[in-house]
Design a protein around this ligand. Structure first.
Ligand code: S3P
Length: 455
């Protein structure tokens, strides 16, 4: 199942090079939203009856979620019609996996599944690739321990770890110490099978796909404002998820790569249909528009509780540097690497602050972006949680080989930059791109982007 086409596998080589491409054009279908794809499979496995999923992201991270749900008893199949069908067994009925769950590169799969397992009377062991085993899991372990699960992990709550869930999980009220949809979701998912009402309080709104999709499966999720104007999101245990149909929209985070590619290559004009435009995901687009980009959301509608639109982009000359408001960070948390590429081509200085979470993503993204851009000739400064990029109004020189540290977004960001720089940009390893955007090279090539496969 993993290598759906051999041509896709073959071109995601290490290394991989992009080169000056000229203007980009076309109407292109970006793959399904990664956050929603994980959730559709997980919730389908917890539901009674059949869940039918169209538009699922067929990338490695999502395959890892599917494999884990199968290992815990769900039946998940892809039909000849291209639709995915998930036959769940109801909350509380997952079975103990007989082997270690290897979650590859996927933090979302790991953290959300830890929440699900915490409220089941089973033991599961999780591991992952070199990137995932360095990511902090303590942020999920702390609340799940309060709910009654027990953990054995490496130092600092790192994978590999074992979790022993409980059939008698306690509902808790938990104030998120970091703005994280993964932590919020893990707690709410444990709350589905806990005694009483579990409440998560978040000061900074993070993506709400779990809340929206759980409602779509028939679960009552309430959101109230606290005295401090935070959101208190609550779920009462003992409800049932009912199988349903889900049409996953295109991923606004993945769409960011062709969008910025179009913006930094003058004369470009592209259209991306059916992209999710959940207000908690579109910080990149708001920022690019403030930088002077011509981006239009057209044909807006709501599908499965989520807004979608066609995103149309025209390149009308250079962008301008701006200050990105720190309160916008959660709505563009995955988009700073690609924003940094746009900032490197913009006219003037772009100030980005509140970026501490970038240090604990698939790689230390702040460092990888700063290091890579410097190697391409960009003038910048970096601090613990901030980045300042001084653009000259034209793409930098390029001509560097970029370390990507198993990070798909670092890999795609620098390949995008390489379509506009004077000299080609090489990334050390293209293979992680398959975690989230398995046809990235094909789609970019279709737009007119140039790659060199001779390495
Ligand atoms: C995600 C939440 C974010 C994001 C990740 C996907 C999700 O992580 O970076 O790519 O699907 O809930 P955090 O919760 O760590 O911010």
């Amino acid at each position: 199942m993993k290598n759906s086409t051999s041509s896709q596998t073959d071109i995601y080589t290490n290394p991989l090079t992009s080169k000056k491409s000229g203007s980009l054009h076309g109407t292109l279908r970006v793959p399904g939203d990664k956050s929603m794809s994980h959730r559709a499979l997980m919730f389908g496995a917890l539901a009674e009856d059949e869940t039918m999923i169209s538009g699922l992201l067929e990338g490695e991270d999502v395959y890892n979620t599917a494999a884990a749900m199968r290992a815990m008893g769900a039946r998940i199949i892809k039909g000849e019609d291209g639709l995915w069908r998930c036959f769940g067994q109801g909350i509380g009925n997952l079975t103990e996996p007989s082997d270690v769950l290897n979650m590859g590169n996927s933090g979302t799969s790991t953290r959300l599944l830890m929440g699900i397992v915490a409220a089941h009377p089973i033991t599961a062991c999780f591991t992952g690739d070199k990137s995932l085993v360095n990511r902090p899991m303590g942020r999920v372990i702390t609340p799940l321990e309060q709910m009654g699960a027990t953990f054995l992990s490496r130092a600092g709550g790192r994978l590999p770890l074992a979790i022993k869930g409980t059939e008698d999980a306690k509902a808790i009220t938990y104030k998120l110490p970091v703005a994280s949809a993964q932590v919020k979701s893990a707690i709410l998912l444990a709350g589905l099978n806990a005694r009483g009402t579990t409440t998560v309080i978040e000061n900074h709104p993070t993506r709400d796909h779990s809340e929206n999709m759980l409602r779509h499966f028939g679960i009552q999720v309430t959101v109230e404002k606290t005295d401090a104007n935070a959101d208190a999101i609550s779920i009462t245990g003992g409800q049932r998820l009912l199988g349903c149909a889900i049409d996953v929209p295109a991923d606004p985070s993945s769409a960011g790569f062709p969008v910025v590619a179009a913006l930094i290559n003058e004369g470009s004009d592209i259209h991306l249909p059916r992209v999710g435009i959940n207000p908690r995901r579109i910080g990149l687009y708001e920022t690019l528009i403030e930088m002077g980009a011509d981006i239009v959301f057209d044909k807006k509608k709501i599908e499965a509780g989520e807004p979608i639109a066609t995103i149309s982009v025209k390149s009308t000359g250079s962008l301008k540097g701006i200050t990105v408001p720190p309160e916008r960070v959660p709505s563009m948390i995955d988009e700073f690497p690609i924003l940094a590429m746009a900032a490197a081509c913009a006219n003037g200085t772009t100030y980005m602050t509140g970026l501490a979470e970038l240090r604990v993503k698939e790689s230390d993204r702040l460092l990888m972006v700063a290091q890579g851009l410097k190697a391409c000739g960009v003038n910048l400064e970096m601090g613990d949680d901030w980045l300042t990029i001084h653009g000259t109004g034209k793409p930098p020189q390029g001509g560097a080989t970029i370390e990507t540290a198993l990070d798909h977004r670092i890999a795609m960001s620098f390949l995008v930059l390489g379509t506009a720089t004077e000299e080609p940009i090489t990334i050390d390893d293209g293979s992680p791109i398959k975690t989230s955007f398995p046809n990235f090279i094909e789609l970019m090539t279709e737009m007119g982007a140039c790659f060199d496969f001779s390495n």
